[in-house]
Design a protein around this ligand. Structure first.
Ligand SMILES: Nc1ncnc2c1ncn2[C@@H]1O[C@H](COP(=O)(O)OP(=O)(O)OP(=O)(O)O)[C@@H](O)[C@H]1O
Ligand SMILES: [Mg+2]
Length: 268
């Protein structure tokens, strides 16, 4: 697994682009708040390979959601480019990008974002229905319902489910199209710690057993530790990264995180 934090040089330059689910190239996003210019994301580079599970961890306001929205093509950058499966997403028209996103990017948000009038089964099937790909998804749907332990909820609407159950339905919806990459923004943010840990375990299992590729943002160490690699974001920049296999215990992750936030050194 590899994350490229510095400029686009090195081992990845020789790989065909379409074998890499995500490549973020020198991306910058500015917001204008009155007279003030906020550089929410500053010249970020990131490469995510198939089967990676990256947690982007950083304090509130460090630019995590903005970066994820850029990767999803939900907001336009001021500089730089993003390639999903080798396709430069910002060269597409809005309608091309909408179709591309539906097929290649699975989104999981803190607030579940399910359609209240639809059952769990219909919420999960929605991306396929919208894409007019009414091909035989029944087998895949049943597999997802089983994997996420929500088969008993198929006919229920979101308001009759717990937060953890709704988030598992949202994850199934993100997976139904077999996207190149799954993007999760604080997926456990609205859950208690037991349900939050359950969601983390599901994401890790998807990555380990199905080679799913996941980028998740969080400000919580107990969530980030489930990833394979943690990238630390501060003031719009990715300042350091660590493989979770190298982390001795939870306290050492917290020490690492706090020391990197306190430091002034940046790798970019
Ligand atoms: N639409 C917007 N207009 C103006 N400023 C914005 C907008 N969205 C984000 N910002 C600013 O950009 C910066 C980064 O915001 P962002 O939401 O990406 O942070 P975050 O790391 O996701 O924080 P949190 O952990 O609180 O969700 C913040 O200073 C925020 O105020
Ligand atoms: Mg955020």
């Amino acid at each position: 697994m590899s994350v490229l934090l510095s400029s686009g040089k090195g081992q990845f330059m020789n790989k065909p682009n379409n074998s890499i689910p995500l490549r973020v190239n020198n991306i910058t996003k500015r917001f204008y708040q009155g007279q003030k210019i906020i550089e929410a994301v500053k010249k970020v580079n990131l490469i995510v390979e198939k089967g990676d599970f990256i947690a982007i961890m950083g304090p509130s306001g460090s630019g995590k959601s903005t970066l994820l929205h850029l990767i999803a093509g939900l907001t336009n950058p001021d500089e730089g480019s993003i390639e999903v499966n080798g396709k430069d997403i910002f060269t597409m028209s809005d309608s091309q990008l909408t179709k591309f996103r539906r097929k290649h990017i699975g989104l999981v948000f803190q607030a579940y974002n399910l359609i209240p009038t639809l059952t769990a089964k219909d919420n999960i099937s929605l991306p396929i229905i919208l894409d007019s790909r009414l091909s035989n998804i029944e087998k895949q749907l049943l597999g997802l319902l089983k994997d996420l332990e929500i088969d008993h909820l198929q006919s229920q609407r979101p308001d009759t489910m717990s937060g953890g159950e709704q988030q598992r339905v949202a994850i199934a919806r993100a997976l139904i199209t077999n996207p190149s990459i799954i993007l999760a923004d604080e997926p456990t943010g609205n859950l208690d710690s037991i349900n939050g840990q359950r969601i983390c375990k599901i994401l890790r299992t998807l990555c380990d057993s199905q080679t799913r590729t996941i980028v998740m943002v969080t400000h919580e160490a107990q969530v980030a530790i489930w990833a394979k690699k943690i990238v630390i974001m501060k003031d719009g920049q990715l300042i350091d990264s660590i493989n979770t296999s190298e982390i001795k215990d939870f306290d050492s992750l917290v020490d690492f995180y706090q020391s990197r936030l306190a430091g002034t050194a940046s790798l970019q």
